[in-house]
Design a protein around this ligand. Structure first.
Ligand code: AMP
Length: 212
């Protein structure tokens, strides 16, 4: 199964993606994680992406589509994948569709995590992530220790208020039109109420998928 997760920054796509990956036994692929790892490792990709990411702007579509092609030409996605944070523009949605067709695959479902703006700003500005394994936490201070791997929790640079506002603006302008794009192509996103405990939101997502 190839499942795509849509929704504004802070809606919980990353966490739900991890839970769904475990539940469905397929890997989660998050372009944000791939890019942050590239920035940390100082690769050519990381150097190209860093300034866009720090401002909360989108990295160019061809860079993202290159990452996706590599993933779908490799073994990692042979049983399926949960795509988190990709696609974020209509050209990415088009490019992904073409690329998947070229490798004989197709997108099965799109889940849309839906939540109010005020809740997003509050969530993002209180979020910390592990600098080692990237696991996000809603209620832990920077400098404390990750439960999963013992790494240190830090605040993401793009979770600072200015970058958060920019990311929400970018979502509305560039990513929200992707919802209609899929609706027009008979792949209407399944809307999930993302306001709730992790368990509740996961249950809603699994129920929506079961009905398909
Ligand atoms: P995320 O972890 O999904 O919030 O992504 C963090 C940042 O990485 C974004 O603000 C963008 O700068 C960049 N990024 C991640 N995925 C994409 C994508 N599909 N298209 C463009 N930029 C992306």
């Amino acid at each position: 199964m190839i499942l795509l997760l849509l929704g504004p920054p802070g809606a919980g796509k990353g966490t739900q993606g991890e839970l769904l990956a475990k539940e469905l036994g397929i890997p989660k692929i998050a372009t944000g994680d791939v890019l942050r790892a590239a920035v940390r490792d100082g690769t050519k990709l990381g150097k190209e992406a860093k300034s866009y990411m720090d401002r909360g702007d989108l990295v160019p579509d061809d860079v993202i589509l290159g990452i996706m092609r590599e993933k779908f030409e490799g073994d990692e996605t042979k049983d399926g994948a949960i795509l988190d944070g990709v696609v974020r523009t209509v050209p990415q949605a088009q490019g992904l569709g073409v690329m998947l067709a070229e490798v004989g695959r197709k997108l099965d479902n799109v889940l849309l995590f839906d939540i109010d703006d005020e809740k997003l700003v509050a969530r993002l500005s209180s979020r910390t992530v592990c600098e080692k394994c990237q696991h996000p936490y809603r209620d832990r201070e920077p400098g404390t220790t990750c439960e999963k791997c013992g790494g240190m929790l830090v605040r993401r640079k793009d979770d600072e208020p200015e970058a958060v506002r920019n990311r929400l603006r970018v979502y509305k302008e560039q990513t929200a039109p992707v919802i209609k794009w899929y609706e027009d192509r008979n792949c209407a996103p399944l809307k999930i109420d993302a306001d709730g405990s992790l368990e509740e939101v996961l249950r809603r997502a699994l129920e929506a998928l079961k009905k398909e």
